[in-house]
Every structure is written in structure tokens, then in C-alpha cells.
Design a protein around this ligand. Sequence first.
Ligand code: AMP
Length: 187
Amino acid sequence: MNIILFGPPGAGKGTQAKHLVKKLNNFQISTGDILREEIKNNTEIGKKIIDVMNDGRFVNDDIVNQLLEKQVFDPQKKNKLIFDGYPRSINQAKNLDLLLDSSNQKIDLVFFLNVNKETIIKRIQKRKILEKRLDDEMDTILKRYETYMETTKPVLDFYSKNSNFHEIDGSNEIEQITNKIDSFINV
Ligand code: AMP
């Protein structure tokens, strides 16, 4: 089963992805984590993206798509993908479709974790203390939220007409959200 977790920064995509990884024995494909790993390992890609990421801007599509392609074509992960933080633009959604098509896969479920701006700001401020992410500073949070509204939210139109799309109130407690997600998964 391939699943997309969609929503603004701080919606709880990562938390729910980890739950689904355990439940389904799948793999979390967090482009944010993959990119942070490149920075941590000081790779050529890491050096290129560090400023962009810390500033809360999108990393160039060519870089993200290239890293994502590796995951989608990994035979071990076939039909076991939990996308967290990808796609983030219409272009990326189209790219994902192409990659899935050419690897004989499809998206089975899309969950949109909908959360308002105030809740996001509160959550990310908490996360900043726990995870010490440089892009969790207030002005960067606001910039990431703006980018989400402008570039990422339109991706909803791409998925919302399909019967496998489910909007979930992401401002609820973690367990409530998990239960709601589980109710759409028949395993
Ligand atoms: P996240 O961990 O999903 O909140 O992502 C953290 C940061 O990584 C974002 O603010 C972007 O700078 C970068 N990033 C993650 N996923 C993508 C993506 N799909 N496209 C472009 N940039 C991304």
C-alpha cells in the first residue's frame, strides 16, 4: 500500500507516518529527513541546500526528485511507501505520478491533515525546543506556511477528486488522528 500524508508544516505528517510504518511494515519517505541527512553528512547536495533549507525555502525540484526517485525505484520499498512532505507542488505531484506509473505502482490512499495556522505555530514552537531545527524559527515558520498556502495547497485539487482522498482534522489529539487514519485501512 502506498500512502501520501499531505498537510501544512506541523500538521503531524511525520508522527502519523511513523505509526503507519509500524502498522504496515512500510517505509517513511520524508523528503525533509532525506535532505537533512544530506546536510548532516556534508555531501555535495547537502552543501548546496543548507542555506535554502534553513531559510524555509523549497529545495530545487531536480535535487528532490532525484532523491525521491531512488526511493520509489527501490525494490525493497515497492508498494510500501509512506510519503511525508512530498509532493509539495503540482510539478512534484506530476513527477510522482510518472515515477509510480513507470514502476508499476499507484497511490492507494491520500490523507490530508488539515490544521489551522495558530495550531501550527504552537506545535512548531514546541518542536523547535525538542528537535532544534533551524527552520523552526518564527519568521521561517511563517514563510514556510506562506509557501504551503501558495504552492503546496493547490496540490489538493490534484488528489481531492479521487475516492481514495480523505480529509482529517489534524488539530485533534495524535491518537484520535491515528484512529481515523486506521479506519480507512483494511488490514
Ligand atoms: P519538512 O521536514 O517536510 O518540514 O521539510 C523541511 C524543509 O525541507 C522544507 O522547508 C524544504 O526546505 C525542504 N523540503 C522538504 N521536502 C521538500 C520538497 N518536496 N520539495 C522541496 N523542498 C522540500
